[in-house]
Design a protein around this ligand. Structure first.
Ligand code: ATP
Ligand code: MN
Ligand code: MN
Length: 414
């Protein structure tokens, strides 16, 4: 025991959903390395490998201090031979040859560039790479026919690969909320995804929409989307109809992890004025929207004149840097936005399912299945032993059903 006396040995539970993982990470070099290998495996259609690396990275993220030697890792879960070797290489030599060579490889770089296009997944990227397409230029020169999503993705490539800031998410939240309430006054909008977990930036903005009356959410998505579209806020949208089948005694058991909510994958046109958060409800409004070329109000300016709405559409009303903008400066940017509509009866499950992180969700489902003989989805929790659904109206109740300590969103950053 004496040889261990000076060594801090870490100890963490094996499922990520049993751990509190904040955004504070004491081992970023190690977790970046493992995440890169996870990403590379995912892009190469090796899901098992990818999950193994993600679990290993999540364990390192959960440690309360920086790891300095491999002896500290004794007894930690989810660290396979491969992950341990990568960690050991970095701790002992400062780098992992495998990580470095992956990062430099033409294949990895091409996969990153191509899957960086909204609408392009690993399989499509792989196919293009086999044809020798490694860059956006080569893709454009190839004459491949792109679908509508990919065309929009290519068109807004730079914007969509630039992180979304919390202030931008809040500005979009205001726009979405106004649109939702205007088509259904009682409806509620909740920010989910990474921003609900307290992340300062994200790759998109995720919203969950519901109505306090069961059924009140019917037809809501198409109305919200039409409203946003008529206001000129959507550069692209694809709405998927709800395909969740109800049975007499409750929602049908979901066949896979993919949920069946009505959802909309969109690309939002976010104006600079909206992102600055300088507007105040009740700001005096004038009918200046029409003069502001390309503003979201152009196509529907009449509905924009009413109190509180106009402010988002007026450029430079705060005396901001309007005049000092360089010529050709574009006063808006494209942002990926996901909208999901859930009936109130499934809201808690949808909220839990859409808050993430992805690994946290995966671990919750694994815990439910392997430790509790239950099936968890974004719609429901089914107890296979009792052969019945377990109802819940809050995330807290779901954790309780699962026999887990409640983990708040800010500690689900696994
Ligand atoms: P980021 O900041 O990169 O956006 P994020 O955690 O918000 O991080 P998203 O990809 O936006 O990541 O996913 C948010 C949540 O939505 C995750 O918990 C994920 O499980 C869930 N989710 C995303 N896509 C789907 C889908 N097609 N079906 C079901 N759930 C999904
Ligand atoms: Mn997100
Ligand atoms: Mn999303």
């Amino acid at each position: 025991r004496t040889d261990d006396a000076e060594v801090v040995v870490f100890c963490v539970p094996s499922y990520a959903c049993q751990r509190r993982t904040t955004l504070e990470n004491h081992n970023t070099i190690l977790t970046d390395a493992l995440s890169l290998l996870a990403e590379n495996a995912e892009l190469s259609d090796q899901e098992g490998r990818s999950v193994a690396f993600r679990r290993a990275a999540a364990v390192m993220k959960a440690l309360p201090g920086a790891v300095t030697g491999v002896t500290q890792l004794r007894g930690l879960p989810c660290l396979g031979e491969h992950s341990l070797r990568v960690i050991k290489d970095i701790l002992e030599t400062g780098a992992s040859a495998e990580v470095e060579s992956t990062k430099q490889s033409e294949r990895y770089k091409a996969l990153k560039v191509l899957t960086g296009i909204f609408g392009v997944g690993p399989k499509t990227a792989e196919r293009w790479i086999r044809e020798g397409i490694h860059t956006l230029q080569q893709l454009q020169d190839s004459g491949h026919t792109l679908n509508r999503a990919q065309q929009a993705g290519l068109q807004h490539y730079d914007d969509l690969n630039q992180p979304v800031a919390k202030a931008e998410a809040d500005a979009i939240a205001e726009v979405v909320e106004r649109a939702v309430v205007s088509v259904s006054p009682g409806a509620q909008v909740t920010l989910t995804g990474g921003f609900r977990r307290g992340k300062p930036t994200g790759h998109d903005v995720d919203f969950l929409i519901t109505h306090p009356e069961e059924g009140g959410e019917d037809g809501l998505m198409s109305k919200v989307v039409s409203r946003l579209e008529s206001q000129g806020f959507l550069l692209y949208q694809k709405t998927t109809r709800n395909s969740y089948l109800e049975s007499k005694d409750g929602p049908a058991r979901p066949a896979s992890n993919m949920d069946r909510f009505e959802r909309c994958f969109s690309i939002f046109k976010l104006h600079e004025d909206e992102g600055r958060g300088t507007g105040h409800p009740g700001t005096p409004t004038g009918n200046t929207a029409a003069a502001n070329s390309g503003s979201p109000g152009d196509s529907d300016s009449r509905s924009q004149i009413h109190g509180g709405e106009q402010r988002l559409l007026v450029s430079g009303e705060d005396g901001g840097p309007e005049e000092t903008k360089p010529a050709g400066h574009r006063p808006w940017r494209a942002v990926r936005v996901d909208l999901v509509v859930s009936p109130i009866s499934q809201f808690a499950f949808a909220l839990l399912g859409w808050t993430g992180s992805k690994l946290f969700e995966r671990e919750l489902r694994r815990w439910a299945g392997h430790e509790k003989t239950m099936s968890l989805s974004s719609h429901a929790l089914y107890d296979n032993k009792q052969s019945r659904y377990l109802r819940a109206t809050s995330e807290q109740e779901i954790f309780a059903h699962l026999g887990l300590e409640f983990i708040p969103p800010s500690e689900r950053n696994a």
